[in-house]
Ligand binder design. Sequence first.
Ligand code: HPA
Length: 283
Amino acid sequence: MTDQFALAESAAQLILARTALRPQIGIVLGSGLGGFADSLTDATRVPYADIPSFPQSTAIGHAGRMVIGKAGSTAVAAMQGRVHLYEGYSAHEVTFPIRVFGRMGIRAVILTNAAGGINLGYSPGALVLIRDHINLQGTNPLAGANDDRFGVRFPDMTQAYSRRYRETAHEEARKLGVTLHEGVYAGLLGPSYETPAEIEYLRRIGADLVGMSTVAEVIAARHMGISVLAISCVTNMAAGILDQSLSHAEVLETGERVKSTFESLLRAVLPRIAKDVAEGSDT
Ligand code: HPA
């Protein structure tokens, strides 16, 4: 077995050697939402190809680099693009970047994604805070021998999505006049979109959103004691809800449309999470 801990440590050292910043917040920018990283100041851009053992993203709409920079006075490490299980990567590979974040000293992550809306109260362009998830990806990044240096064998998932961060996000959204929903995210393997029958099933088991990412990252983050805030952008209503078929182009277009609202929310939330991290209050 390869020593994931040692690999994550070398990747983290390579990244930190390129910047004087020591971010404690990591951000993963999903499909169509990568623009935020371009607005960071004092930025250092590290292509994933330069980082040892780092998986390379193949999906359209993902730039494939980590940008370490400042949003206002808050230092962050932002991933422009992630890899997915549907690309053929294992759950270990998909979560390697989160482990690198952990070894870089990151204490909180903000995960973003594009998702299909199942809840009829949503419409394309809606922003939804993830309150909880249902893992239907058929795998778990912690399967296999546990490495105690990352975390415990059976990590608790009852508070996977920090209540405190969710309250912060709601408060900031209210101040900005941005409607922010909250819901349960069902994570599927993909890459095919769901059938209408699968969406009906997901609705009945309590899902408000469906997507093909994030869940494995949250599990790996919680394993390492990293706090999580996760925001979905509803890029389309899920299959069978509207009388139309789904396309990746629609997903990217909606991402483009809400990007400025999304970025304002991120900007407002960041300094408050930075303060929480500094004070060690993150639940
Ligand atoms: N299903 C799954 N993943 C998605 C969707 C969807 O409808 N939209 C964006 N990501």
